[in-house]
Every structure is written in C-alpha cells, then in structure tokens.
Write a new protein. Structure first.
Length: 160
C-alpha cells in the first residue's frame, strides 16, 4: 500500500516493491506475481504506470478482494454488498427448513439461528463499507426484512 501525490505514486510504490523483492529474496520467500493485483483508488480517469514486482508488471484492477472485502477503485462497495447479499441468500436457503414459515421452532430459537449464522455474514467488516450509498445498503436491508418476516411468520405486506 502506498499513498502519494498522483503523479509520483508509481515511483513510490515501485521503490517499496523493490525493497520488498530484495527482502523476499534474502529470506527465500516466493510470491506468485501472476496472482498479484493493484487497485488505484482515485477519482481520476488516467491510471499511472504499472507497479512492478520482480520486474514484472502488476496489472491494475477496478476491484479486488482483500480480507473478504471487495473495494472498488472509487470506493463504492456495490460489488461487495451484492456479493454479501448472495452469501446471505445462500445461508437463508440452507436455514429455510428451520426458520421457514411451516417449521414449528420457537421464535427465540429462530432468532438465535439468525443472530449466530446470518447476521455475522451480513455485517462482516461493516465499519469499512458502512458508509456506502443508501441504495446499496437498502439491498442488504431488504434481505434482512425477508428473513425477519420468515422468522416471525408475518405476511409480506406487514410493515417492518
């Protein structure tokens, strides 16, 4: 990671990567440069030169997955929230036999399942992406509302 003025960002990053490359050679650590990616977080349209590790160019990407969070180069987090919604839907479909409308599990047990299995998936790294656009956050809230209606056995037209 490197921060600098936009015109010398690649120079600073390349100097850090040269030092990193020397350190990895001295400690006999190998990195697959084919799997390396770089994201240039900026509002500018032009992209600087490619950073290089072991004299191989690291390609610029619009977004990449880092510790389970998918930041976009404009820090919109739309792709991360969409991916998060898919994970929540997958967990919901697995738990449907237990939290569905026809299953006679008590409300407290259904809430326990939701709080321990669904909500951690939904809110993972929320301090990072929590300031995303309201339209993106609304996407996750709609999934949460659907699960809440299933748990409480409420019809679709009941207000949340």
């Amino acid at each position: 990671m490197s921060t600098s003025a936009s015109n010398n960002i690649t120079n600073d990053l390349n100097s850090y990567l040269d030092l990193l490359g020397k350190w990895m050679i001295s400690w006999k650590v190998k990195i697959n440069t084919d799997k390396c990616q770089a994201v240039y977080f900026s509002r500018r349209r032009n992209i600087a030169y490619h950073p290089k590790l072991y004299r191989r160019a690291i390609p610029w990407r619009d977004s990449t997955k880092y510790l389970g969070v998918i930041p976009h180069k404009r820090l919109t987090f739309k792709q991360h929230i969409t991916n998060n919604r898919q994970k929540v839907n997958a967990v919901k479909s697995i738990l449907y036999p237990l939290i569905g409308r026809k299953f006679k599990l008590s409300l407290s047990n259904k809430l326990l399942l939701y709080k321990s299995l669904v909500r951690p998936v939904m809110s993972y790294a929320s301090p990072v992406w929590g300031a995303a656009a309201k339209s993106n956050i609304k996407n996750l809230e709609s999934a949460q509302n659907i699960i809440a209606r299933q748990i409480t056995n409420s019809p679709w037209f009941i207000r949340n």
